[in-house]
Design a protein around this ligand. Structure first.
Ligand code: R5P
Length: 294
């Protein structure tokens, strides 16, 4: 029993101060449930409203991608500089130490390989119970608008959204561009909007030089920019800078970080662009300084 002798008689109820009701910082997410918001707040930095996701899930259909041959040696040192790691459950369990508290976004669609005839023929490949068991912070599902298995991939996403909503786990819709699709703002407006309309909590899409701001503006939930194939560092930093300045809520980059000559320096330079609005040129200076220090 606590000692009752020194219980104060004058209690501070602050009857004149209404209880604080904070609006959730993330676009289109204010009406979500507490657990869902809490997970999103671990992925997105509340101060900048943005995220640097490090994508290392390429092996789910590409096998040992260049730069990801040894995730233990090459990727784990980058994790302290990432807001979240996007990976497969196989790599999570086999390589990532459970003591690592960085939020994990787990790839949850699969079923094809890079030598398959049709990449869009994916299915849900992770059970929601396993996502809970792994303490996943979000689940990522590929959506192929305009491809042969468009409907199947959309319904993979809606089923995952139903399951994720039941347990408070956000779903990241990854807009995958089929081999014959044109990568332009018109396509990405269509693809991202369909994903958001059907319940995705945030959407990953590629950057396009023309009208990217219209892709962000017409998507009612946060957009994160995929990196794509390896570019020179300044070009990759410029792309990330333009994306966030034009409305993206961060990046989900893989090859432009882990295939860089100095990945630890590159992820910090990307972080400066995303979280501190650093210009690409200044971020490149930071990259070169950190690279020369290592
Ligand atoms: C692709 O299969 C994965 O979803 C990657 O996470 C995605 O492509 C982002 O990685 P990158 O920046 O290398 O394109």
């Amino acid at each position: 029993m606590p000692d009752m002798d020194d219980v104060k008689q004058s209690k501070q109820y602050h009857t004149d101060i209404p209880q604080k009701a904070e609006q959730f910082f993330l676009k289109g997410s204010d009406s979500l449930e507490w657990g869902m918001k809490n997970r999103l707040a671990r992925i997105f930095n509340a101060k900048s409203g943005r995220t640097v996701m490090l994508a290392v899930d390429h092996g789910y259909f590409q096998g040992p991608t260049t730069g990801l041959e040894r995730i233990d040696l090459d990727i784990l040192p980058l994790v302290p500089y990432a807001d979240t790691l996007m990976l497969t459950r196989g790599v999570l369990r086999s390589i990532v130490p459970p003591s690592m508290t960085t939020p994990m976004v787990v790839r949850a669609s699969g079923g094809i390989s890079m030598i398959s005839k049709e990449l869009s023929n994916e299915e849900i490949a992770v059970d929601i119970e396993d996502a809970i068991r792994m303490n996943a912070c979000a689940l990522a599902i590929q959506v192929y608008i305009g491809a042969e298995y468009e409907k199947q991939s959309i319904l993979n996403m809606t089923r995952m959204v139903d399951m994720g909503t039941r347990y408070g786990i956000p779903v990241l819709a990854v807009t995958a561009v089929g081999r014959d699709m044109v990568r332009d703002a018109r396509y990405f407006r269509l693809a991202t909007r369909i994903c958001a309309e059907l319940g995705a909590h945030y959407v990953k899409t590629y950057y396009v030089a023309e009208e990217f701001e219209t892709v962000c503006a017409s998507c009612p939930v946060p957009i994160v920019m995929a990196g794509g194939k390896k570019l020179p560092e300044l070009d990759a930093l410029t792309m990330a800078y333009n994306a966030v300045q034009q409305g993206a809520s961060g990046v989900d980059m893989g090859r432009n970080i882990f295939q860089s000559e100095a990945p630890v320096a590159m992820i910090q330079a990307v972080g400066a662009v995303v979280h501190s609005n650093e210009t690409p040129e200044k971020a490149l200076d930071l990259y070169n300084t950190l690279k020369n220090e290592s």
